[in-house]
Design a protein around this ligand. Structure first.
Ligand SMILES: *[C@@H]1O[C@H](CO)[C@@H](O)[C@H](O)[C@H]1NC(C)=O
Ligand SMILES: *[C@@H]1O[C@H](CO)[C@@H](O)[C@H](O)[C@H]1NC(C)=O
Length: 445
């Protein structure tokens, strides 16, 4: 019900907001689509079978959708003070760490004296350029927004993968952590804008994206890196985090006649994406985050507002609409597990494990379960208002987990997401390098 009302409001806004199609924008999109080997087509939901006509082809809808997101951001800005206060009361913001408390890690030996020549010898301070590819979790959808009316606004500047607004004391994010080790770090989003705007820098994730959109995003990223005078392509070490898969599970997978085709497409698209990055970007490490177990996230939530059920139904219809069919659920769980295995296998391919390029598969996103209270209710501090995306507190917790997996490598990981700063690991003399498949194996020997 609430969602129907929301859709109505959006429809009204969408018709009121002036429709400005920038010709240049369209040409740019065509350019990248062509590079990614995709064709612009009219989108229709019934046509979305077998991976055809998913999100990239929503381009005709892009401008309207972008206007809605910008409009919702205006709503947020008008009420920012009030909303921030409310979120702090709800525990949806991390505690602000005062200046009297120092950063949890020592900074000794955290940047190499000479630029390393191997990706397996990178210390945190050696990363000069950072970027992010992905979906709404990378775009920061709903992250700081209040009420469903701001549910589409994007808070890209504070996401755990690519956000760099303020610093770790206010927003714990991977860029804000790495900034401490290298104050010249560049490429993180410096504003809560859409991917196509300048402050997004190299954080180019977009809501609704699936794995199929990743070659496109990889081309966009490569082009931005190549065109930015601040980037020394040959010399700088770059770190790109790729976090995708939630929408594949929620709204793409179940439209296939044969789910093996879905898996095969996933493998091809992911391989292609990694190959584009490897071919065009020297000195690169890719953090490949595993596809999250969204089916558990939406299914096992307890004592959540009724509006959240409606959102789950719309945003994750492949899981929720057939929830009561145990066979279907088993099939989803099996297939998601297979997607995760495929990504791990791809990361380990020899072509993706050279001295110049390494894909580091980080599995924590597939292991973490959102916390529950003793009475069984879901701890909603980690979630945005829609119970679907992450709140700032959730992003800070995920930033800590991502960072820990980069410091610890394949060491046993947490099953439960930990509140920010409760378990923050540091590089040490015996483990000074950012974990890769190769240097992890070396340690175990
Ligand atoms: C469960 O416990 C939490 C924390 O103590 C509390 O905030 C919440 O209201 C409780 N939920 C129910 C349904 O009792
Ligand atoms: C920094 O120094 C501390 C204290 O001497 C030591 O425990 C730690 O391992 C060092 N860190 C690195 C990365 O060498």
């Amino acid at each position: 019900m609430v969602y129907v009302k929301l859709l109505l409001v959006i429809a009204i806004i969408a018709t009121l907001v002036p429709f400005q199609r920038a010709q240049r924008q369209k040409e740019q999109i065509d350019y990248f689509l062509k590079k990614a080997g995709l064709q612009r087509k009219q989108y229709s939901q019934p046509g979305s079978r077998n991976g055809q006509l998913t999100n990239t082809n929503l381009d005709d809808f892009r401008d309207i959708y972008a206007n809605i997101r910008n409009f919702q951001m205006q709503l947020y800005k008008q009420n920012e003070e009030f909303i921030t206060k409310l979120h702090r009361q709800q525990g949806r913001l991390q505690p602000i760490i005062p200046e009297t408390v120092s950063f949890p890690c020592d900074l000794n030996n955290s940047r190499s004296l000479e630029v390393p020549t191997s990706v397996n010898r990178l210390r945190p301070g050696d990363i000069d350029i950072i970027g992010a590819l992905g979906d709404s979790l990378t775009a920061g959808t709903a992250l700081l927004g209040d009420t469903l009316l701001q549910g589409l606004a994007e808070f890209r500047g504070v996401t755990f993968v690519g956000g760099g607004l303020k610093d770790w004391r206010t927003y714990l994010t991977l860029p804000n952590i790495l900034k401490v080790f290298n104050p010249n770090l560049y490429g993180y989003a410096i504003g809560n804008t859409l991917a196509r705007e300048r402050p997004a820098r190299f954080s180019v994730g977009e809501p609704l994206a699936t794995t199929q959109d990743m070659p496109f995003q990889a081309h966009v990223l490569v082009k931005r890196l190549q065109m930015d005078p601040k980037v020394d392509m040959a010399k700088h070490w770059k770190l790109v985090t790729l976090f995708i898969g939630g929408n594949d599970v929620c709204s793409d997978m179940c439209h296939y006649d044969d789910w093996n085709d879905f898996l095969e497409n996933h493998r091809k698209d992911m391989y292609k994406t990694l190959m584009i990055l490897k071919t065009h970007v020297p000195r690169l490490m890719v953090n490949l985050l595993s596809t999250p177990n969204v089916q558990d996230a939406v299914r096992l939530m307890r004592s959540i507002p009724i509006s959240c059920f409606a959102i789950h139904r719309v945003a994750c219809n492949c899981v929720v609409s057939k929830l009561w069919n145990p066979e279907h659920l088993k099939k989803i769980i099996r297939t998601v597990k297979r997607v995760q295995q495929i990504d791990e296998e791809l990361a380990a391919l020899p072509e993706f494990q050279t001295e110049d390029f390494s894909v580091a598969y980080r599995s924590f996103t597939s292991k973490l379960m959102l916390n529950k209270y003793e009475n069984g209710s879901t701890d909603l501090r980690y979630n945005a208002d829609d119970c679907f995306h992450l709140s700032q507190f959730g992003n800070a917790a995920f930033a800590q987990s991502l960072w820990n997996s980069m410091v610890q490598g394949v060491a046993p990981e947490d099953k439960l997401v930990q509140p920010p700063f409760e378990k923050f690991q540091c590089p040490s003399e015996t483990r000074p390098y950012i974990a890769t498949l190769k240097n992890d194996l070396e340690e175990i020997k």
